[in-house]
Design a protein around this ligand. Structure first.
Ligand code: ADP
Length: 468
């Protein structure tokens, strides 16, 4: 009995630590908007890097031709070919090939990684022809989605600032990403040109905008998390005299690194961070994205197990980081069987604990719920922070023009976590409504985007090629 109340105590304490009241969410909204300002005011002015993408024109449906894209940034690597008809029908005739990245390449050398990428591209191009009735092309334009923090020097070049999401290829930091691909390509005799170097959120924004011109913001919630949005060029104070044809520019926020004392942080987050390869880094991402959610849950279960000898001797799997992957955590959370047998099965298979009583299974579900609820609500607060910055939160902020009334804003969201985790989506939508109020939130559309990170790169390659 005393043991059981200790276990419940661990849960209660955790739930309190994760709490995201409406008041707290509004503090996060304000902090996000403030940090965005700071990051745009000066280089290094905020933990939010607010990186320039040099993308000032988003595709509008008039683009024509055959374009390629490479998409690297998480667990998978994709190669795409897109045929744009330029008819404004906005149908993307495309072909995608997806491959898992061999794990040893995540920590090897840049030559090995880019050798692999270029070879995959070459094989893909060599297979082309039959399904696209086109004349052979002399030069191929490529959009390269590289979803790590990059300091852009132009729309098609930039160097890697740091790795995230488990990648650690030291020799690559500080190198020009497009050049790395260029040398691998040259070695293979491939005739392609990187027309646009972007990240996944910019790709998602480009695809979103292609379909719906009210799309102003894109958010990625997959293995990692990030956001980008369209900013007025004159608001980018750190870069005076910026040349922009449209008067706007896509800003890559790198919001995974956002931090504020208002974020509800628990001791489990502190430990996860300390044991990660990038401590003190990507604090927002570590509370929100798929790479981490399962592991926070595991840590809480481990603590419960130790506190009260819940499962007898604690097996090795429960003590080992990242044994509980987020998709499995999601399956436990959404287990609808009356005896929570999925929870029991997953716990047994992945964490080596068996004969779990029903009341313990219920606690596990509550842990999952607390972790996911916090993640989704923080992501929603982040989005409202962006809306506030661009004067689209309905509050008539400094940059909004009240005579225009409240405008509809679409937020394109992409990523395996958002796509596959329905409770996450529900919590996010609820939080958005809670922060903005029911009426205002009607003007904000959260739209699931798919393949935007790759398709968007091809679209941007097209938009850049046709404007140059
Ligand atoms: P990446 O971000 O790796 O490029 P995705 O956007 O497909 O690729 O996201 C994959 C991530 O999404 C996984 O790492 C996992 O954390 C999360 N994910 C995938 N499937 C599910 C699921 N069914 N439930 C919850 N999370 C999932």
């Amino acid at each position: 009995r005393a043991k059981w109340s200790r276990v419940v105590g661990v849960l209660r304490e955790f739930e309190e630590g994760c709490s995201t009241s409406g008041h707290r969410l509004r503090q996060v909204v304000d902090a996000m908007a403030v940090e965005m300002h700071a990051g745009l005011a000066s280089e290094g002015g905020s933990k939010l890097k607010m990186l320039l993408t040099f993308v000032d024109n988003l595709p509008n449906g008039n683009e024509k031709g055959l374009y390629y894209a490479l998409d690297l940034g998480g667990t998978h690597f994709r190669v795409l070919r897109v045929h744009l008809k330029g008819t404004k029908q906005k149908i993307l005739d495309h072909k995608v090939e997806k491959q898992a990245i061999p794990p040893h390449l995540l920590t090897g050398t840049s030559e090995e990684l880019f050798g692999f990428i270029a070879l995959t591209l070459k094989r893909f191009i060599e297979k082309e022809g039959d399904d696209f009735e086109l004349q052979p092309v002399s030069r191929r334009d490529l959009g390269f989605t590289f979803s790590f923090p990059v300091r852009q020097t132009s729309v098609s070049s930039g160097f890697l600032i740091k790795w995230t999401k488990g990648f650690a290829i030291e020799d690559m930091v500080g190198k020009d990403v497009a050049e790395c691909l260029q040398s691998a390509r040259t070695m293979l005799g491939l005739d392609v040109r990187v027309a646009a170097l972007i990240n996944d959120s910019a790709g998602t924004l480009a695809l979103g905008h292609y379909h719906d011109e009210d799309t102003m913001v894109a958010v990625i919630i997959g293995t990692g998390t990030n956001a980008c949005y369209i900013e007025r060029a004159d608001a980018i104070i750190k870069c005076q005299g910026l040349i922009s044809n449209s008067g706007g520019m896509v800003i890559n926020m790198e919001w995974g690194n956002f931090w504020s004392s208002h974020l509800p942080r628990t001791p489990y987050d502190v430990d996860l961070d300390a044991e990660s390869p990038n401590p003190y880094d990507q604090g927002f991402e570590k509370m929100i994205s798929g790479m981490y959610l399962g592991d926070i849950v595991r840590r809480v279960i481990l603590r419960m197990a130790k506190e009260a000898d819940l499962f007898g001797e604690v097996g090795k799997s429960l003590s080992e980081p990242f044994t509980l992957r987020t998709p499995l955590m999601c399956a436990m959370h959404q287990d609808e069987s009356s005896d929570l047998r999925e929870v029991a099965r997953i716990m047994e298979e992945t964490l080596e604990v068996s004969n779990i009583p029903l009341r313990v299974r219920r606690l596990v579900v509550r842990v999952c719920d607390a972790v996911t609820r916090r993640a989704a609500r923080l992501a929603a607060a982040g989005i409202v922070g962006i809306l506030k910055k661009i004067g689209r939160d309905g509050k008539g902020g400094s940059s909004s023009n009240s005579s225009e009334g409240v405008r509809r804003t679409v937020v394109a969201i992409e990523g395996g976590l958002y796509e596959n985790y329905s409770l996450f989506r529900e919590y996010m939508r609820d939080a958005l409504e809670e922060i903005l109020g029911e009426e205002m939130s009607q003007n904000v559309v959260l739209r699931l985007s798919q393949d935007g990170s790759g398709l968007g790169a091809a679209l941007l390659a097209a938009a850049v090629s046709s404007s140059s």
